[in-house]
Write a protein that binds this ligand. Sequence first.
Ligand code: BG6
Length: 345
Amino acid sequence: MEKPFGHDYESARALNSRLGEVFREDQIYRIDHYLGKETVQNLLVLRFANGIFEPLWNRSHVAEIQITVAESIGVETRGAYYEEAGALRDMMQNHLLQLLCLIALEPPVTFDAGPVHDEKNKVMRAIRPIDPRKVDEVALRGQYGPGFVGGKQVPGYRQEKGVAPDSKTETYAALRLTVDNWRWAGVPFYLRTGKRLAKRVSEIAIRFHRTPHMIFHRDPAGGVDPNELVIRIQPDEGVALTVAAKMPGPDLKLLPVGLDFRYGEVFGAEPPEAYERLLLDAVHGDSTLYARADWVEQAWSLLGPVLDAWAHDGAPAPYLYETGSWGPAEADSFIARDGGAWRTP
Ligand code: BG6
């Protein structure tokens, strides 16, 4: 099955129970094509086949996590579908929450469907529920206006075919989530996704704490950025770790440099299409990289308060952003409330 798996918690439950009348859960394959992407699978290999990352993968060392899934295209020919969906339903409820789960989950006993799904569900249960009265503190939405792409003028979302001229559907969404468990207590997870943004890029950035004391400068900020591990899902698939290095010369000047692994350079060929892998897994009866019914319901349930708040008649319209930008200016103040800033991928 391809998404959408319902449009809210109730409809997803109804769909799952209808399916359950005909098939067993292990006969149902719900596709989330992000799980079939090579780099997404590599995320688990990076975490659990290397000894050096897991000891750092927790609140003692990680300061914050940012997940970005940015697209440069608009809604193209899918205006009518998108009007009913919006970025929260189209991308956040599935792809971005799946990525969050893979980053945050505890080591599964084996890389098999049961253990992996169980660990992902535990993450979902640990995400702090969104208080319906405080949705604005954890969620922000935007909508693209007209602009230029590659020198060509393109319409704003409200001028797209199949879209209402006064549409309040969001084409950009940002969330601030917290995973309330021993590993992640206090670490903010920032998620953002949008169409017609500056470029097509999906990445997960894990920012580590600053060094406790900087011996190279008197200024505590010291001009040295904290280490960052960036998992680039697409394009230019790879993994990069930024570290501080000394610039050659008589002065002790520090500069962030990247320890870089690029798929293209190491393995040459383009990674296979996500669907190729997923369909093959379905043929083999392996649902590890598929979405299980209970996970889908939990994801809807988590986002319910945001969906309700945004669907409310009196809700303010989404913030407008310029085509080709990194989203509405308000998204910057949204993250700045915690003292942070969005990365520029
Ligand atoms: C789909 C959404 O699930 O993912 C689309 O419905 C979106 O709106 C697409 O464009 C993005 O996928 P990818 O693989 O191009 O990042």
